[in-house]
Design a protein around this ligand. Structure first.
Ligand SMILES: Nc1ncnc2c1ncn2[C@@H]1O[C@H](COP(=O)(O)OP(=O)(O)OP(=O)(O)O)[C@@H](O)[C@H]1O
Ligand SMILES: [Mg+2]
Length: 224
């Protein structure tokens, strides 16, 4: 098992206003498994991914990644764990504007101490998603869907065991969405990487080994 989340609650507090988004989620992800999560806008999908990706703290509950309970880790240990185990595809791409597409993809491999820069692999991935001739473009010189594909490749470059993708096909046309899905399938098959994907697109949700729905603060199975 790569990830276990136990009894996750999340409440946002702004002044006197509180908003409870997650109300006791139990979730386990096996190595090599793909899980897709659907759910209405505002139901808490991004919040949940941020929490299991260790980017945000739950109000209550615990997260264990690769047999380590993250509450017990120092900030430094947590960053190291995040950088070596987790690849994040954000709903909004968060590319660094002053770096080219290729450089953005290579950033995680530069930060990680063990990984040599994987330029050839990055170019291969760019080729796969049809962006080889955009490798020297800056984010401002890419379309929305091109930026998204670059952000996905950035999450893949270190071959993390766990990939968390928040609406990865949000603004892609059907053909590019299906290419991206095939890329996810391929890395899952070739490298046993586990994926959690949130989506509003039923065709994307299809690729899950398990299909979940986030509703009223809890995760339920859509499989029966
Ligand atoms: N930092 C915050 N402070 C207060 N409320 C927040 C904060 N972040 C998110 N929310 C609220 O929590 C709820 C869940 O947000 P979240 O982004 O997780 O939804 P989502 O399921 O990802 O929606 P979408 O499908 O539109 O991306 C929303 O109602 C949102 O307004
Ligand atoms: Mg969201």
């Amino acid at each position: 098992m790569i990830l276990r989340a136990k009894n996750i609650h999340k409440t946002f507090t702004n002044g006197i206003k509180t908003l409870t988004v997650l109300q006791g989620i139990d979730f386990q992800l096996q190595t090599g498994e793909i899980v897709t999560i659907m759910g209405p806008s505002g139901s808490g999908k991004s919040t949940f991914l941020n929490i299991i990706g260790t980017l945000d703290n739950p109000t209550k509950g615990s997260i264990t990644i690769a047999d380590r309970e993250i509450n017990t880790l120092s900030d430094r240990e947590l960053s190291a764990l995040r950088n070596s185990y987790i690849g994040f595809v954000f709903q909004f791409h968060h590319l660094l504007p002053e770096f080219t597409a290729l450089e953005n993809i290579l950033i995680p491999s530069l930060i990680s101490a063990s990984a040599e820069p994987r330029q050839a692999r990055a170019m291969e991935l760019l080729d796969y998603v049809g962006l080889v001739d955009r490798s020297d473009h800056f984010p401002a010189e890419l379309s929305g869907g091109e930026r998204l594909r670059v952000a996905v490749l950035r999450a893949l470059i270190n071959q993390p065991q766990l990939i968390l993708a928040d609406e990865p096909t949000g603004n892609l046309d059907a053909e590019n969405a299906s290419k991206l899905i095939n890329l996810f399938r391929q890395i899952n098959r070739d490298f046993q990487q586990s994926l959690v994907i949130t989506t509003h697109n039923p065709a994307v949700a299809e690729i899950g080994d398990r299909h979940l729905e986030l509703s009223s603060g809890i995760l339920i199975s859509r499989d029966n």
